[in-house]
Ligand binder design. Sequence first.
Ligand code: NDP
Length: 502
Amino acid sequence: MNLTLPPDVSLQPATLRFLNTTPKKLLIGGEWVESTRRETFATLNPATGEELAQVALAGPEDVDMAVQAARDAYEKGTWGKLSGEERGQLLWKVADLIEAHSDELAELETLDNGKPFRVARNGDVPFAVRHFRYYAGLAGKIEGATIPVSIPNQFVYTRREPMGVVGLIIPWNFPLLMCSWKLAPALACGNTTLLKPAEETPLSALRLGELIQEAGFPPGVVNILTGPGMPTGAAIVAHTGVDKVAFTGSTEVGREIMKNAALSNLKRVSLELGGKSPNVIFADADLGKAIRGANWAIFSTAGQECVAGARLFIERPIYEQVIEGLAAEAQKIRVGNGFTPKIHIGPLISEKQLQRVMGYIASGRSGGAQLVTGGERLGGELGSGYFLSPTIFAHQDDSLPIVQEEIFGPVVAATAFDDWDELVQRANDTHYGLASGIWTQDISKAHRFAHALKAGTVWINGYGYFDAAAPFGGYKQSGFGREMGKDAIELYTQVKTVWVGL
Ligand code: NDP
């Protein structure tokens, strides 16, 4: 392992110990095992390009074994005998353990994903803790209903039962958080699970697996399969022993998953997919807040976020002023190694992703959009990592790829609008529908916008807030199913209707 850190930075001994245990193994049936074919892959530090660890690559045989372990745990083990409250107690223990290992988990997140340590430590990790606690509380409160029917002497009630064995496939942008968004409700509902983290960021999921074992979960309830989409993810989706797949990632892969789920055993699917979210600033907004908010909406996480406010609509009278303010804010952003104190954003996840984003920047330029600021790969001491300067394009053509396609990088496409009907039509002119933002002091205008937008979330005078209790998910090709809140219970249970002749 090579580990170049900024001066005066040292890692927790526990983090070093974890990294030094390599190759990392798969968690199957409560045991850490090598992959059947003994294949591994490297996970890299995106800030330096250095290899952090070798990780087991799960092939179809490993997926088979994990499905069998999850099926046994579901049907034969002690898991199915636990009450919801008991499952909740185990989830609470996981939350406590994550909290106790916050520094270590945040370090792994910064090493593997590149995000600033401060963000991982104060954002991702505590949010993951809250998530486990929220579903720990809900685990004993999963209710059916009694149904009044028109047939005499029949008493009808419903039960919400687990799906069974569920596959959880997650991306690299919030590795630990995505584990918690999927695992906590799936386990609260009584399912057994196969978790596949992204190939780029397996480390925090593997450490979480150790903590889940320490919490005392029965073997086979949580299995962790590391490896790429092909073959690992695809084998989970194609497996007839998997009852449901919950996926977060690109719309393209979501489409593939739905198709393959249908072709195998018609397994249930929920999809949280891409976005190209409109963020709107009206002339009556508090401009200072709106500009800082728009800046945060796109550039936090270097734009690698499904809800990134990537299309900025500015009311014409304030257009020049907002563009100038936004450029000034963007130029103040400190980009660097996530362990460097006071940096705001880290690198992109990989050389491939950097090249993809650079391709969009080139297409924006050649397509006639005006590059206001940014657009360059950062060199010097950052040259071996995948760093890009925050980039603003001004444009008048909504059909450009930089306006229509999910870039997943620090690139915003800003444009002016003149009236309400034009705004609503253009803001909705996308096949995505994940999120949107509006900045105005006119409360009725804000609500009218919230109702007119075809998107799963609308933020008014703010952007990017999440809470374990607030449902989240997409309209249109941003997916379906709602994660978080009580709505997530619907994703991981099925309803059984019981008729009782009285
Ligand atoms: P993907 O959608 O390709 O990957 C998401 C997850 O799905 C990963 O674990 C991936 O594995 C897995 N996967 C990939 N192909 C398959 C398959 N055929 N069957 C089952 N699982 C599969 O996202 P990428 O990481 O490749 O990023 C590409 C683009 O996707 C980004 O630029 C961005 O536009 C979008 N994206 C959107 C996200 C969101 O939250 N909406 C999150 C991440 C990306 P692995 O990565 O290990 O190969």
